[in-house]
Design a protein around this ligand. Structure first.
Ligand SMILES: [Fe+2]
Length: 249
């Protein structure tokens, strides 16, 4: 069946996504100067305050780890996180913070999986990862298996953004059945990337394949979009009845 072959009822997006009542965000780039997200403590504090005002009570921050682009290791990430956490406490901002990482599937990630503890989502077994948007990694299945035999629960970041799966909902179901958790981006529901990505996100919702919804917040422009994201009544009902795991972390 084609990925976009089945659509539910269409209605205009009128319901603020914040009404879903998600209190934990588990995907963002808010540790200063570690990746393409926040570039200063001041910016991070401002974004954290805004997420708190949106109703989030817990944020698990997940810097990119990608050899050659974002050469972050666990020590560097935890140090940056601890400094940010201290500043949040100094400013008496009432929000719980946790740390994780968004690992890109590359050679080093595959090697590291069996050699050292990885940064999971807030100390759970959930391991957030991403891959190329345009070419499926030849060792994708093997890497997922390696995560699982090392005791992790793989969480695929923004599955709706991988172009090579847009026409293959059956393959997405297969991946989900194999134990990969799916996290879609609010920004995809707001049509930030493309209408195809937006359709893919809605198709995942339609097929009950969504486990987490994340902000993937990088900067203030994203925040403004996230604050104003609305979804249709139909999508809202589907998500309301889905078993979203955000608030379990
Ligand atoms: Fe991300």
């Amino acid at each position: 069946m084609a990925f976009f072959g089945l659509f539910g009822r269409k209605s205009a997006p009128t319901i603020p996504l914040s009404e879903l009542g998600l209190t934990c965000d588990m995907h963002s780039h808010l540790i200063p100067a570690l990746d393409d997200g926040s570039d200063s403590t001041e910016t991070s504090i401002s974004l954290i305050n805004s997420l708190k005002n949106l109703g989030y009570k817990k944020l698990i921050i997940t810097p990119h780890v990608m050899t050659g682009f974002y050469n972050n290791d666990e020590g560097k990430i935890v140090n940056g996180f601890n400094e940010l956490k201290k500043e949040v406490e100094n400013q008496h901002i009432d929000i719980e913070l946790g740390v994780g990482a968004e690992y890109y599937i590359d050679y080093d990630f595959m090697q590291d999986l069996s050699k050292k503890p990885m940064l999971t989502l807030g100390g759970s077994k959930m391991l957030l990862f991403e891959c190329s948007f345009v070419n499926q990694h030849k060792n994708f299945d093997e890497t997922v298996f390696e995560m699982q035999i090392n005791g992790y629960k793989p969480v695929l970041a923004h599955p709706e953004r991988y172009l090579y799966w847009h026409d293959d909902i059956e393959h997405m179901k297969l991946l989900h059945d194999r134990g990969i958790f799916f996290q879609i981006n609010i920004l995809s529901l707001a049509k930030v990337y493309s209408s195809d990505v937006n359709k893919a996100a809605k198709m995942l919702i339609e097929n009950d394949l969504v486990d987490f919804i994340g902000t993937d917040l990088h900067h203030a422009k994203h925040l403004n979009i996230i604050e104003n994201t609305k979804i249709s009544e139909h999508t809202f009902e589907k998500l309301k009845n889905a078993t979203l795991l955000n608030n379990t972390l």
